[in-house]
Design a protein around this ligand. Structure first.
Ligand SMILES: *Cc1c(COP(=O)(O)O)cnc(C)c1O
Length: 522
């Protein structure tokens, strides 16, 4: 479908797959099932007048194979980790093993209803309980909630617990959260959303928290220090124990953003570093799909003093199984709604259980040693790329990194006006998703690269080849890079327009075509 000559002059506005509405032909059907002898009640008989629409909906009319082919073709126009390398820094876009999906699709999970009685869902509760234990083993914390539906949601839950804790311990006027400038953007947003004043802590010239600056920032007004560790430069905080000690001395709690725990799992535990609360992203570290804003899970684990504040329901194990239940051995697991100091409910029902099943499958399959090995490979892969790219690209903090590192396109910009954005676009021509660009903010023209542990040496080498070729083009033929991508179905849409005035609805005829062409403006 996308027969573009690379760099061909007019393919800028070509969208090669028409909308399904344009493919529609009156009278085309997937199937027409006649049910002889069965009397079907008409809609008018079943529904009252007000619930009935006045006109039939405008639905496309197509045969089933056309529908399947349409969506399959569309799915090929996007990038996916199942199609190519996806080194999106801070997002841990690693391969998600298919066995996770298979297990999560077992009817014993998919056919449950959230209102089913506890004794009917013992298997799921047991899985949730075991997953919690596994996450506690990895983090060294005391208790966890699996409820939050995303990393940022886990952060919010964590900070709400911090606030509840201070309220109960004479710290109600602690109104400030300290966030290093190397933190993930959601940390600041979370603190802000929870009503805190945010103090941004400038990093040292080594890209780390500076203890003197931190000590000066801490006060009796500090509720928490929120740390992303390894930070967004991919660097582990050398003084982590000192950081928690200083914060605790000032009466503050310490939040550990463990979204990308694949840098440290099996090696170091936030609990041992003195952390009070930590969230982790199952849709990163524990290989569950990111789902394009769809269901994720950001469990949040706490130390003993925050345990009373965890959201409900919590999964608990009965010491004496309930003899009434027909499970062999009785109902051993139950949900706790009565947790007196709890911050309350944060999510409907049990959380995103399908995601929890996948993460559990991943952890059980790898086991402790496998998780440790995953961390080692993630760190090895990132360092391999850092060392292989550092002659062509600036690497401002060029020392041993964790699961990711930050390069910069400053040199390319200076030489030929080629920016991080242009390089990101050009990589698409190689079938590679862009790294994270322009983040973190403390590196100009940042290109934040996270290969993840699931990629082979061959894949890493082909990425290096692409990056080196782009650097070469920058010096000899910069227009190739400046006008990239050349082979994607959509080239350079106007990103601002696409975000500000997204065209999300089908409307008949000309209005829509116009919108598509406008969005394609370079
Ligand atoms: C991805 C990420 C988050 C946010 O997680 P979401 O699930 O996208 O809300 C927070 N912190 C870090 C370090 C991350 O990488």
């Amino acid at each position: 479908m996308s027969a573009h000559a690379p760099g061909g002059p007019d393919d800028r506005t070509t969208i090669v797959e028409p909308l399904i509405f344009d493919k529609s032909r009156p009278g085309h059907r997937a199937a027409a099932i006649e049910a002889p002898g069965v009397q079907t009640a008409s809609a008018t008989e079943l529904l009252s007048g007000t619930a009935l629409r006045q006109r039939p909906p405008t639905l496309p009319e197509l045969a089933e194979p056309e529908v399947v082919r349409h969506y399959t073709r569309l799915s090929h126009m996007n990038h996916a980790v199942d199609l190519g390398f996806y080194p999106l820094g801070s997002c841990t876009m690693k391969y998600n093993p298919k066995v996770n999906d298979e297990l999560a699709s077992l009817p014993g999970f998919t056919r449950l209803h959230p209102y089913q009685a506890e004794e009917d869902v013992q298997g799921t509760l047991e899985l949730m309980w075991e997953l919690e234990q596994a996450l506690l083993a990895v983090t060294g914390m005391c208790r966890a909630s699996l409820q939050p539906a995303a990393g940022a949601h886990g952060e919010l839950v964590g900070i709400l617990m911090v606030r509840a804790y201070h309220r109960d311990h004479g710290g109600a006027d602690r109104d400030t959260v300290i966030v290093p400038d190397s933190a993930h953007g959601t940390n600041l947003a979370t603190a802000n959303m929870a009503g805190y004043r945010v103090v941004e802590l400038p990093s040292s010239d080594r890209g780390l928290v500076d203890l003197t600056t931190l000590a000066e920032a801490l006060s009796e007004r500090t509720a928490a220090v929120m740390l992303t560790n390894p930070n967004t430069l991919g660097l582990f905080e050398d003084d982590i124990l000192e950081i928690t000690r200083l914060a605790h001395e000032a009466g503050a709690l310490v939040y550990y953003d463990g979204a990308n725990l694949n840098a440290i799992m099996g090696k170091a535990r936030p609990g041992d570093m003195g952390m009070d609360v930590v969230h982790m992203n199952l849709h990163k570290t524990f290989s569950t799909p990111h789902g394009g804003g769809g269901p994720g899970a950001g469990p949040v684990a706490v130390c003993a003093r925050l345990e009373p504040y965890l959201p409900t329901p919590l999964v608990a194990q009965r010491v004496t199984p309930d003899p009434g239940a027909d499970e062999p051995g009785g109902a051993r697991f139950h949900l706790v709604y009565d947790h007196p100091s709890s911050i309350g409910r944060v999510r409907g029902f049990y959380g995103n259980v399908g995601v929890l099943v996948r993460a559990y499958a991943y952890m059980v399959r790898l086991g402790g040693n496998g998780l440790l090995r995953a961390s080692e490979d993630a760190v090895l892969n990132a360092n391999y790329l850092r060392v292989r790219l550092r002659d062509a690209y600036d690497v401002p903090y060029d020392r041993m990194c964790m699961h990711e590192f930050v390069a910069s396109a400053s040199r390319q910009k200076h030489t030929a006006g080629v920016t991080a954005r242009d390089i990101a676009k050009r990589l698409l021509d190689f079938g590679i998703h862009s790294p994270t660009v322009y983040f973190p903010l403390n590196v100009p023209e940042a290109i934040m690269i996270e290969p993840t542990e699931t990629e082979s040496r061959d894949t890493l080498d082909s990425f290096v080849d692409a990056m080196l070729q782009i650097d070469h083009e920058t010096r000899h033929e910069p227009t190739i890079v400046l006008e990239a991508p050349h082979v994607t179905p959509v080239r350079r849409p106007d990103e601002t327009l696409a975000a500000r005035e997204p065209v999300l609805r089908w409307r008949p005829q000309a209005v829509r075509l116009q919108a598509v062409h406008t969005a394609e403006r370079t």
